[in-house]
Design a protein around this ligand. Structure first.
Ligand code: SAM
Length: 285
């Protein structure tokens, strides 16, 4: 436990025992073709892995990796897969195309509103969203699974926080992202979290901050070193953890709202509509 393994994600995953891991979070390479997609910014380039394959090979490999993840995650476990919609020669490439070919039950598509992004051209409106797919491995055939606690579920399906800026890895996600995924699923219980494309180690730092065990994989020895350094400094990120935990709070659970008649599913006529917090939105019902 608590290790980072250097190698190809698919090959390393094959050596991990079935049903041994509670959950995972990752952002794979996006197969962005390393083309010039804008005048203003440099493209993402990893130190070893090429992000340029035929789209068919890329999707096939992602399906194989996701199916291995399905095998190693416990029944009732979850995996959060960060990706985005891309276009090649004008054709939209949506992650659903390959997610739908895996063994996972697609539980939700979350929009990550990152507010800013490096790809600036006018072919389409400035794409500042990414997606986070919540993938679920059912217990027996129970595809719906367990309900989230109200304090997590009320965070809504649109997650708004900026991308990471201080990290030296070319494509890190912000610490808030894996913190939110892991805390919402594991809450106060303890488990093991995996990231098969670990990069600078953000998922592992989130797991450690929340008191879980972790396993990371990356093809690049340099990024593994980066992860090890990041893990040594986990204590410096306590304020980001506190900030995220402070969002997972509600004054009433769904059950209590229903009992007290404060959640009847219809908008009240209110003179002032306040959409600034989850609590203020709930008070409109
Ligand atoms: C988008 S980055 C992940 C960034 C990470 N979420 C973070 O916050 O730093 C994708 C990572 O996948 C790694 N990678 C690419 N191909 C791989 C492969 N076949 N097996 C394992 N890792 C690979 C790259 O080296 C890169 O670090």
């Amino acid at each position: 436990m608590n290790k980072i393994i250097q190698g190809d994600a698919l090959e390393i995953l094959k050596s991990i025992t079935d049903n041994s891991i509670d959950m995972g979070v990752t952002s794979p390479p996006y197969n962005k073709q390393e083309n010039k997609k804008g005048w203003l910014v440099r493209n993402v380039k990893y130190d070893i892995a090429s992000d340029k394959q035929s789209e068919e090979d890329y999707q096939e490999k992602q399906v194989a990796v996701l199916n291995e993840l399905w095998r190693v995650i416990k029944e009732g476990g979850s995996f959060f897969y960060n990706h985005k919609t891309r276009w090649e020669q004008g054709k939209m490439l949506h992650p659903y195309e390959w997610l739908n070919k895996t063994k996972w039950t697609l539980r939700q598509e979350i929009i990550w509103d990152r507010m800013i992004a490096a790809n600036i051209r006018g072919w389409r409106f400035w794409q500042t969203d990414e997606r986070i797919y919540w993938l679920y491995k059912p217990k027996k055939d129970h595809k719906i699974g367990k309900e989230l606690l109200s304090k997590h579920a009320l965070l809504t399906s649109i997650w708004r926080f900026p991308p990471e800026r201080k990290n030296l890895h070319p494509a890190p996600f912000p610490l808030t992202l894996p913190l939110r995924c892991i805390y919402s699923i594991l809450d106060e219980s303890k488990g093991t979290v995996i990231d098969p494309y670990v990069g600078s180690g953000t998922t592992l730092v989130a797991a450690k901050l929340l008191g879980h065990n972790y396993i990371g994989i990356d093809i690049s020895p340099e990024y593994i070193k980066m992860s090890q350094e990041f893990l040594k400094k986990t204590n410096a990120y306590g304020s980001i953890l506190e900030q995220e935990l402070s969002k997972h709070k509600v004054s009433m659970t769904f059950e209590e709202r229903k009992k007290s008649g404060k959640f009847v599913g219809k908008f009240k006529t209110a003179s002032k509509l306040d959409f600034s917090t989850t609590e203020s939105i709930l008070s409109l019902f």
